[in-house]
Structures are given as C-alpha cells and as structure tokens.
Ligand binder design. Structure first.
Ligand code: AMP
Length: 197
C-alpha cells in the first residue's frame, strides 16, 4: 500500500488485511510501537519521525526483514508504508526472492494536495504539525513517488476521495482478482479468503 501522507492508506490497509486474512505490516506502526515501549530502535527512530524524515534504510529494512521472517506471513502479507524509496524496494525484492515470495500488486491511494493537508491537520498525531506535514509531503514526492514507475507493471491506482467504505469497496474491486486468482501461486486456491458469515 502506498500513498501520500494523509491518503488514508493505514485505515484501508487494516480493512484489506482483515478481508484477506493476511497480516498487516505497517512500518510506521512498528516504529510507533517501539517508541511506546521505549526500545533502542524506537529511541533511534524518534528524531526522524518527529521531523517527518525517513528513518534510515538499514534500520527500516532490518525491521521488515525480521517481520517477514515470521512463519505467519508465509501465506501472504500486506505491506503498508514500505518500501518508501527505491533502495528499500531493491532490498525488498532481494528479501522476497530469499523467501520465495512476490508482490501481487502495489496499491496507490490517490488524493489531491488540499484535501490531504485538511485530513492530516484533523488527525492530531504528534507528527502532524504543519511543518512536519510539509516535510513528509516533500519527501514523499522526492523519494517515494518514483516507486510509482518502479512498480508500474503491478500498480493499481485507487481514487481515495470518498468515505472509508466507498474507498474500501473500490480497492477491493480493483485488487481482489490480482491477489486471489492468478494460477500457479501457492496461496491462489481461494483458501486465503476467510469464509463469509
Ligand atoms: P506512517 O505511519 O506510514 O505515516 O509513518 C510514520 C513515520 O514513520 C514516517 O514519517 C517515517 O518517519 C517513518 N517511516 C515509516 N515507514 C518508513 C519507511 N518505509 N522508511 C523510513 N521511514 C519510515
């Protein structure tokens, strides 16, 4: 899942991972958990997060590597907010090759700039002051947006303006076939979807 800060990718990622029964791996959330627990990793990450900068790649990639090594992700996973630059994307490719996994789709949540600022200012997170927001947006444009081209072959663009339910329906409509139906994938026999009650 990718998208500019404030596009609502976190909210959508939680819903989609519940729908597909796959673990949700959010690097932002992993960092925030580490901050709350006061771990060394959290302490190291804090100054970058507070400034709206990217946490250095070696720290971020190491954290993702640990998480992807867990047996629970063997049947699939949803990555939220990672990779955020081409170096991380290259590391991810190597890591997935080691694990005999691959990405089915890269989902970009798209929203225009004015709407984004309004959403972020109403969210009230400690890294949501106007200066920090602007910095995160610049970094998104400079570092993360090039991934749109990097992943063009598996890119799915979702219009992320509307209610949470509308956006979720749109995203599901656009990605369900991609993550469920391609023949030859170990987890593609439909068993990944939990039964509807
Ligand atoms: P998020 O919850 O995705 O908005 O992330 C919050 C903050 O965590 C970001 O502004 C970064 O400081 C840091 N962060 C999250 N994901 C990454 C990543 N892939 N690479 C570097 N820093 C990250």
């Amino acid at each position: 899942m990718m998208g500019p800060p404030g596009a609502g990718k976190g909210t959508q990622a939680v819903r989609l991972s519940e729908r597909f029964g796959t673990p949700h791996i959010s690097t932002g959330e992993l960092f925030r958990n580490n901050l709350e627990k006061g771990t060394a990793l959290g302490t190291e990450a804090r100054r970058y997060i507070d400034a709206g900068e990217l946490v250095p790649d070696e720290i971020t990639v190491g954290m993702v590597r640990d998480r992807l090594g867990h047996p629970e992700v063997e049947q699939g996973f949803l990555l939220d907010g990672f990779p955020r630059n081409t170096l991380q994307a290259n590391h991810l490719s190597a890591l997935l090759a080691e694990l005999d996994q691959r990405l089915d789709a890269v989902v970009l949540f798209e929203v225009d700039d004015d709407e984004l600022i309004a959403r972020l200012l109403s969210r009230g997170r400690s890294d949501d002051t106007e200066d920090v927001i602007r910095n995160r947006q610049q970094i998104y444009r400079r570092e993360t947006a090039p991934l749109i081209d990097y992943y063009r072959d598996i890119l799915v663009i979702v219009d992320a303006v509307g209610s949470v339910d509308e956006i979720n329906d749109r995203a599901l409509g656009q990605i369900t076939d991609l993550v469920m139906d391609t023949p030859g994938h170990p987890a593609r026999n439909g068993s990944r979807l939990p039964p509807q009650t």
